[in-house]
Design a protein around this ligand. Structure first.
Ligand code: SF4
Ligand code: SF4
Length: 183
């Protein structure tokens, strides 16, 4: 396979102003210290996000799929929405990655391989093809708010989503600041 081939993912990301790829040396160590200026803080923030996403394994999202794998709550026969229910915006938003962590270079092959024209990371019958830890906070913590308003897990998900959104924004700021100090 030609690795230089521009994939659907690459061309979409190139046109996106919100998705950024993390500097290659961000977590590299030199004499037991991070080479990147804000590397230690950024590493702590990445771990913060990862641990919050892990929490979602304990949540019952109560999604209900029919025998063909379609969401029973939001499914519609209108072919214009691809039957993607809450993932309908995946292609246009590029999996909402612009509101998540800066992408690590080592994860780019997974994103490239999983992203397809019109459906993004979504797959008929099986749903999201991304590992949970590579999804944006928008996706990892999403649950039909309206459908489950009394659910006590809602507060956990909202809090975790807000923490991760804060951490992702903070990382972006630290990267920007470090890059500015280099020039
Ligand atoms: S979150 Fe809601 S719309 Fe999305 S799959 Fe679950 S039940 Fe369906
Ligand atoms: S959960 Fe997965 S398929 Fe759905 S919008 Fe997010 S990245 Fe796309």
């Amino acid at each position: 396979m030609n690795m230089d081939k521009i994939t659907e993912f690459d061309s979409r990301v190139e046109r996106s102003i919100s998705i950024i790829v993390a500097p290659k040396d961000m977590f590299e160590l030199k004499n037991r210290n991070f080479k990147f200026k804000q590397g230690r803080s950024i590493y702590a923030l990445y771990e913060l996000v990862k641990s919050h996403i892990k929490i979602t394994e304990l949540i019952d999202f109560k999604c209900d799929f029919d025998e063909s794998g379609l969401c029973s709550e939001r499914r519609t026969d209108d072919s214009s929405n691809n039957k993607m229910c809450c993932c309908i915006g995946c292609y246009d938003s590029i999996g909402y990655l612009g509101r998540g962590l800066p992408l690590l270079v080592e994860n780019l092959p997974i994103y490239r391989k999983s992203f397809r024209k019109n459906i993004g990371f979504w797959r008929p019958e099986t749903g999201c093809s991304l590992p949970r830890e590579l999804r944006s906070p928008v996706c990892a913590f999403y649950k039909c708010w309206k459908l489950n308003e009394d659910d006590k897990d809602m507060n956990i998900l909202r809090t975790a989503r807000d923490v991760c959104t804060f951490a992702a924004n903070e990382i972006r700021r630290l990267i920007e600041e470090s890059n500015e100090n280099k020039t």
